[in-house]
Design a protein around this ligand. Structure first.
Ligand SMILES: [Zn+2]
Length: 131
């Protein structure tokens, strides 16, 4: 279905634009250079941070409220400083992104809805996590 494919390609491109802008903003806030980012259609993670400092995100975040997308950017950027989910990590994340807790709650409540759309929609029941 080529219309669906075209829409999905546009959404992926838009996700990249918005995530890169948010990542650059948050990286500056914590004094780090803007890391490279890539878009994925992972079914297990909304975002991740590699040991080399490259960030990847699910393009489906573009379907979520804007504060959820920007929260994911802040979350992964904070892993550039803390490669864990320690108390210091969460303190830093909340300090640069006051929406941390409301965005986490939104993802828990509605995250699976983001998988109803697009060519690679899935029927599984496992919920993606954030790493
Ligand atoms: Zn994490």
């Amino acid at each position: 279905m080529h219309i669906e494919r075209r829409v999905q390609d546009w959404l992926k491109a838009q996700a990249r634009i918005e995530l890169l802008a948010a990542v650059a903003r948050y990286a500056e806030m914590i004094g780090k250079p803007t890391p490279p980012i890539s878009m994925k259609d992972t079914t297990t993670r909304w975002g991740s941070c590699s040991s080399s400092g490259a960030l990847s995100f699910s393009w489906r975040l573009i379907l979520a409220p804007n504060e959820v997308l920007t929260y994911l950017a802040a979350h992964e950027v904070c892993h550039l400083a803390h490669m864990n989910h320690s108390a210091r990590f969460w303190k830093l994340c909340r300090s640069i992104c006051p929406e941390t807790d409301s965005a986490e709650n939104w993802l828990k409540a509605h995250g699976l809805d983001l998988y109803r759309y697009g060519a690679k929609g899935r029927g599984g029941s496992a919920k993606p996590a954030i790493f």
